[in-house]
Design a protein around this ligand. Structure first.
Ligand code: PLP
Length: 443
């Protein structure tokens, strides 16, 4: 249970004085002093419980402090805390086999997180094809290391530009705001056909891979139309391009399946994952490759490695975490609760002037907020914020609801263990906040 911390002001002051916080101007950071958690809630140093409607960074899928994952970590620590990446271990065998089983792919290469997984996936695709360029999308995030940051399309890449060479970007399956004045119907066709045109212009023989998020996460839950992935798969087959899907955020139950692309009936050539692989209990990412790519590396050098690749404690955490998904039927729960979430989001769209669009699949969802539904003018500019978005975030914070907001969007991505009652309580608070925004925009 939450307890009041005796020295919280000093802890926060020392955090601020001696450490740097990511993605922030340091003198504008106001970190919550987190002391523990349970299920859908985490605790702060004032002894308050926060409902975690963002699963931290959309990763803590089995919820805070799941006893079975904790126990597996403790057991592995006692047994063997570390083995170098060239050693065989039982946990490595077990997790590798399990990942092949659930993805339909062949072999896994282990990293420490999503950014490194994408770095290695791009490298493997380049080695395998002997080609250089990687096609990615504008509204995407693939990580903060140099290659993965360059591959990302969203504004977080701007500070590292020009970044790594060879990245070519295309537009997204963003059906609420199709580019170039197209209608959603036209863009359903155009979202893939323009990629083929880009391939032609770049030279098909120069393109190693197309790297896309399974379903775009931090750029706004962009859910592709049904035809998108089968057509993208066909395009990659036609030109011998490796299809890499980044399932770091969308994978491992977030959408109610192991991989988001399983909703579309296709199998990528490479899948990258992290976050929900261990629910964040230990750092771990993976690059999972198909049989052809695995075969290629049977007699070609795999030029890459990490001291902590295959870290036994991370692997043990992942094995236990995946078992929790299955033993507790969490994917079924996610799909079931996702239906209820979808209904509530649609009702919010109908009720509040500021809700322009809602997008949801499983427990992966967002509300896109506007000043005017007819013109779709965003409630905050791209890469910016606004008094209205500030008010929304501050209101939820005052109610101890932890939510992820960015630009003109607010996400609903709670832990997959959340109950209907907890979810409804969180959504009720969102509605109160939306009513305040409506007051601001309607006057
Ligand atoms: N890919 C996607 C889709 C992500 O959402 C993220 C992180 O949010 C990453 C990659 C980077 O993962 P990590 O922060 O573990 O390096």
């Amino acid at each position: 249970m939450p307890e009041v911390h005796p020295n919280t002001d000093q802890v926060i002051a020392d955090n601020r004085e001696y450490t740097l916080f990511s993605w922030s101007v340091q003198n504008q950071t106001h970190p919550i002093h987190m002391t523990g958690g349970k299920g859908s809630y985490f605790f702060d140093a004032d002894g308050k419980s926060w409902l975690d409607m963002a699963s931290q960074l959309i990763n803590i899928n089995v919820g805070h402090q799941h006893p079975k994952v904790l126990q597996a970590i403790k057991d592995q620590v006692d047994k063997m805390c570390f083995a170098g990446p060239s050693f065989a271990t039982d946990v490595r065998a077990e997790l590798g086999k399990k990942l092949s089983e659930v993805t339909g792919l062949a072999k896994s290469f282990f990293t420490l997180g999503g950014s490194e997984a994408n770095e290695n996936a791009m490298k493997m695709a380049r080695l395998y094809t002997g080609r250089d360029k990687i096609i990615t999308r504008y509204r995407s995030y693939h990580g903060a290391t140099m290659g993965s940051m360059s591959a990302s399309g969203d504004p977080r890449r701007w500070p590292v530009e020009p970044g790594i060479p060879g990245i070519v970007r295309v537009f997204d399956p963003y059906m609420y705001r199709p580019p170039m004045g197209m209608t959603a119907e036209q863009w359903e066709e155009g979202s893939v056909s323009h990629i083929e045109e880009v391939i032609q212009m770049e030279g098909p023989h120069t393109i190693a891979a197309i790297l896309v998020e399974g379903i775009t996460g931090s750029n706004g839950i962009l859910i592709p139309p049904d035809s998108y992935y089968p057509r993208l798969r066909a395009l990659c087959d036609k030109y011998g391009i490796v299809l890499i899907t980044d399932e770091v955020m969308s994978g491992f139950g977030r959408t109610g399946k192991w991989l988001a692309t399983q909703h579309y009936g296709i199998t990528p050539d490479i899948v990258t994952c992290a976050k929900g692989l261990t629910s964040g209990y230990m750092p771990l990412g993976a690059v999972i490759v198909n049989q052809e790519i695995a075969d290629y590396f049977e007699n070609h050098f795999l030029s890459g490695g990490l001291t902590y690749s295959g870290h036994p404690v991370s692997l043990a955490a992942a094995i236990a975490n995946l078992k929790v998904y299955e033993d507790e039927n969490l994917f079924e729960h996610t799909l079931e609760l996702g239906k209820h979430l979808g209904e509530r989001l649609e009702a919010m769209k109908a009720k509040y002037a500021c809700v322009g669009d809602v997008r949801y699949i499983g427990l992966f969802s967002v509300l896109e907020l506007v000043k005017d539904k007819a013109t779709k003018e965003p409630l905050a500019p791209f890469n910016g914020t606004s008094p209205e978005m500030g008010k929304l975030a501050a209101y939820l914070k005052s109610k101890h609801i932890y939510a992820y907001t960015r630009f003109n969007m607010i996400w609903v991505c709670p832990p997959l263990v959340i109950t209907k009652e907890e979810l409804d309580a969180g959504l009720d608070a969102y509605e109160e906040a939306l009513a305040l925004v409506d007051q601001m925009i309607l006057g």
